[in-house]
Design a protein around this ligand. Structure first.
Ligand code: F6P
Length: 358
């Protein structure tokens, strides 16, 4: 009988997940193993077990597809944490049910593709004796133990594409346009997207801003004859004396969003400039992965299977110094990788006249 391993994708989807599935399935096939793809994240581990066999045939032509072939969820019985430092404990009977499904189906190890919350769950499964390896995924790029997650580059590309389009309409109408982007508590998408897309102001959670300073920056541009301005706002950004804008707060969980409209309103009030808002939302998560994310996803998927083959359970694939390596999953949770406010990237942005509203 063939050795069987499983894989699941958990948390918010992102471009590059199918490249991981393909890489892992082909690497398993090369070892003569069988790969089970559990559907809808960890939920697929619940009895009777919801999976599909990921054979060579399934992997054909999936690399360029966004989303995930086997589905995902960021809700459910294995609910993971939502913010830095909050550890949600998965109920012991839920873990026990998953263990029984895996035993009954002869699954020897599990590849868990997810972000911070999913790795917290993976760690608890590992601690309960289920062999796990993690693959870091998130458009937010906020995992401490890896220099980069796949999905981030594709999300940034979507922001840049949007800014390229918005530049022309903003210029034609001499308007300010505020673009709200994702990223949760980290400003990486806003910083990289804003820098590459030629934004004039970038507001990120790591640098609380002042509405007057944002308005000053726009007025200064107007005075210099630059009559349109693009302002990129991370969904987690907040004014110096204010809070993040949260919605749908339930059981301690919440979604971020809405700061874009507030910033636009305050700019209009202070500058009398016609101002519009564009919320990019899930456009940043959909669509085909960039070349970089296809390659990173493939490398991560192959590495995960290698880690199982070498019995490196409890570890997570990690990208460091252009090499794909591994770290303990425990090192990857509980700490978010945030933008250093005085780091080189922020300084570079300041040097090309981008204001952070501070
Ligand atoms: O973590 C990825 C992410 O896209 C965040 O940037 C965003 O805040 C969140 O997920 C949105 O989640 P949902 O798809 O549940 O609205």
């Amino acid at each position: 009988m063939k050795t069987r391993i499983g894989i699941l994708t958990s948390g918010g989807d992102c471009p590059g997940l199918n490249a991981v599935l393909r890489g892992a399935a082909l690497a398993a096939d090369k070892l003569g193993w069988e790969m089970l793809g559990f559907r809808d994240g960890f939920e697929g581990l619940l009895p009777p077990g919801d999976f599909t066999i990921l054979d060579r045939k399934c992997t054909e032509n999936i690399m360029a597809l966004g989303g995930t072939l086997i589905g995902t969820t960021n809700r459910g019985h294995f609910v993971a944490k939502i913010g830095a430092g909050d550890r949600a404990v998965v109920a012991a009977d839920v873990i026990e049910k998953a263990r029984k499904v895996l035993n009954d189906d002869r699954v020897e190890a599990l590849v868990i593709v997810g972000g911070d919350g999913s790795m917290t769950t993976a760690l608890q499964l590992q601690e309960a004796g289920i062999n796990c390896v993690g693959v870091p995924k998130t458009i937010d790029n906020d995992l401490e133990a890896t220099a980069m997650t796949f999905g981030f580059d594709s999300a940034v590309a979507a922001v840049v594409d949007a800014l390229d389009r918005l530049h022309t309409t903003a210029t034609s109408h001499k308007r300010a346009i505020v673009v709200e982007v994702m990223g949760r508590h980290a400003g990486w998408i806003a910083l990289h997207g804003g820098l590459a897309g030629g934004a004039d102001v970038i507001l990120i959670p790591e640098i609380p801003f002042d509405f007057d300073k944002v308005a000053d920056a726009i007025r200064a541009r107007d005075a210099a004859g630059d009559l349109s301005s693009l302002v990129v706002v991370a969904e987690g950004a907040r004014p110096r004396d204010g809070q993040q804008v949260k919605r749908d707060i339930k059981d301690g969980e919440f979604r971020l969003g809405g700061i874009g409209d507030i910033v636009a309103r305050e700019i209009a009030a202070r500058t009398a400039k016609e101002t519009r808002t564009c919320v990019l939302g899930h456009l940043q998560r959909g669509g085909a992965p960039t070349t970089l994310d296809r390659i990173l996803g493939t490398r991560f998927g192959v590495k995960a299977v290698q880690l199982i083959n070498e019995s490196h359970f409890g570890s997570m694939v990690s990208y460091q110094n252009y090499q794909v390596r591994h770290v303990p999953i425990a090192d990857a949770v509980n700490r978010l990788r945030l933008v250093p406010p005085n780091g080189e990237m922020v300084q570079t942005a300041r040097d090309v006249e981008i204001s952070f509203g501070d």
